[in-house]
Design a protein around this ligand. Structure first.
Ligand code: AMP
Length: 522
């Protein structure tokens, strides 16, 4: 299958070749023809699968087909002419033809950058990002150009809608990118409000890691007779990523092992995930002192600093990015060879997003989780979610004092290479539910990376709470003298609590009483 065979306009085919794409990815091969035919789409595919082009190329095709031959004046040009005539000019609301909603600013910028590549040979198609944290005057300038395509995070978009700066009456295409994540971040009301402001005649494409549960319900409400596309590519199953668990005894063991792993010859660039912003800063500092070119990336950083850090990563000046989940969403740096979970993620789906930072654009990657014995339950939850086992591996010279948790029938005292449970040096946790191992070499109340072994959880965890940035949960101080995880990015919020747009920068209060709208008949 070639891009030409998908029926795309010649100017788009030329641009994707220039972007280095030789043939469509599986999600593109399925989604592009269906979208060109005008179908609504519900697509379950992971980040890294080429989903941006899957929704953007057919949309651009539609615009290319209807692109006016004679260039008319933009509202900004009209305004300039009116001012020249001495008339008073009022701001005219932007009337985009396409809206892409994304959960994070990084992803929005990534979508906009990709769109600029794909429109290299199209006249009069502009894509702009409308993001929390961006100065309002700058956004007004962008909107005054009446861009055809808006890529936005929901909170800031609502502000502009409510102040009459954006009018969706001419909208033809609505895309919800990483819809599961937007719902997870508590954007449901904003999404409902935005969808309700768009015409019923629109084409809707929803992309999500899963189409089950709440996302599935919303997806069905906002689409009409959608074509459902579920891509289980090797990338989706992360077959191109070697996954491992290394057990650690304590933080000092964990830090020594991290240093060792980062010196691996096969490592080009790595992302190290921490549970808290504070740990991200501290570990980045420590790694710098140890001679690694490291940088932190988290939601307390200004957008400019976040962009500069990502640019340095892309240019290879930063080799190790120490990041929290929220900030790392949407990182697309193909040379990332390793992902290290210094702390396990709070939600199993975040594990999938984290490891998807490596093995991008058809490459291979390695994802290593450094796991305290008390956290073995959380590895099992991830395994249940991904329906894959994660082998336990031991690095020579860094063996944990305690043998791995007895989860797969192995007896305590199991040693690497004793012939039990898979390859020497590797063993899986997998075992039927019910054989609980009450790990815990720390007193309860102390936690590392947000987990407390099998202890009853009241603080959230995998129990379905929604979370978002702006709120903090304080963890107990650590007794072992290591990094004290105190602030958790993407903290928790109880239902109905007022929230701020996630991120610590440019956050603006959004009232809890913002209109609850239903989706109507769509
Ligand atoms: P996405 O899933 O949209 O985030 O894309 C992941 C990465 O794959 C990005 O770096 C894209 O530029 C790249 N990509 C998308 N489509 C193709 C393709 N057909 N061939 C090669 N690379 C692609």
């Amino acid at each position: 299958m070639s891009f030409e065979a998908l029926g795309l306009h010649a100017s788009i085919v030329k641009a994707v070749f220039q972007a280095g794409y030789e043939k469509p990815t599986p999600v593109q091969a399925e989604a592009v023809p269906a979208a060109i035919a005008g179908r609504d789409l519900l697509v379950s595919s992971q980040t890294g699968s080429g989903k941006t082009a899957a929704f953007m190329l057919p949309s651009l095709h539609k615009f290319a087909e209807t692109e006016p031959a004679a260039a008319g004046r933009t509202p900004a040009q009209d305004a300039q002419a009116a001012r020249a005539r001495g008339e008073r000019v009022r701001f005219k609301a932007a009337q985009p033809k396409m809206l892409v909603l994304t959960p994070t600013r990084e992803l929005a910028l990534q979508v906009t950058t990709a769109t600029e590549q794909y429109t290299a040979h199209m006249r009069r198609i502009r894509a702009v990002s409308i993001l929390g944290g961006m100065p309002y005057p700058k956004q007004m300038q962008l909107l005054a150009k009446n861009p055809e395509i808006l890529v936005a995070t929901p909170g800031r978009l609502i502000d502009h809608m409510e102040s009459g700066k954006i009018d969706f009456s001419q909208l033809e295409i609505l895309v919800l990118d990483e819809a599961d994540r937007m719902l997870d971040m508590g954007f449901i009301e904003d999404i409902e409000k935005i969808v309700a402001a768009t015409p019923d005649t629109r084409q809707t494409m929803l992309f999500s890691a899963t189409l089950d549960g709440v996302v599935g319900n919303m997806a069905r409400r906002i689409t009409k007779n959608p074509q459902v596309i579920q891509i289980m590519s090797a990338t989706n199953r992360h077959e191109n990523i070697v996954q491992k668990v290394h057990f650690v005894d304590d933080l000092s063991h964990k830090n020594r092992l991290l240093d060792h792993l980062l010196r691996d010859e096969t490592m080009d660039q790595a992302v190290v995930f921490t549970a808290t912003k504070r740990d991200a800063d501290m570990i980045a500092d420590r790694l710098n002192i140890a001679g690694f070119a490291a940088a932190a990336l988290h939601g307390d950083m200004h957008q400019g600093a976040r962009n500069r850090t990502l640019d340095s990563m892309r240019r290879g000046q930063v080799r190790v990015l120490v990041a929290t989940d929220v900030a790392a969403r949407g990182i697309d740096v193909p040379s990332i060879t390793h992902v290290v979970n210094y702390d396990l993620p709070k939600f199993p789906e975040d594990y999938v997003h984290r490891i998807g930072r490596t093995g991008r654009a058809g490459r291979n990657g390695t994802a290593v989780s450094l796991v305290n014995h008390a956290e073995s339950m959380n590895v099992r939850r991830i395994e249940r979610f991904t329906k894959q086992t994660i082998p336990v591996d031991v690095v020579e010279g860094f063996e944990p004092k305690r043998s791995a948790a007895p989860r797969s029938g192995a007896r305590p005292g199991w040693k690497p290479g004793d012939g039990r449970g898979g390859k020497p040096g590797q063993r899986s946790f997998h075992k039927p539910a019910g054989e609980g191992y009450r790990g815990g070499d720390k007193p309860s109340g102390q936690r590392e990376g947000g987990y407390r072994g099998d202890a009853p959880r009241t603080d959230s965890g995998y129990q379905g709470q929604r979370r978002e940035g702006g709120y903090r949960s304080e963890s107990a101080p650590r007794a072992d003298g290591g990094y004290q995880g105190q602030r958790r990015e993407g903290g928790f919020r109880s239902e109905g609590a007022p929230r701020r747009e996630r991120s610590g920068f440019g956050a603006h209060p959004r009232s809890a009483d913002s209109a609850r709208r239903t989706f109507g008949d769509r």
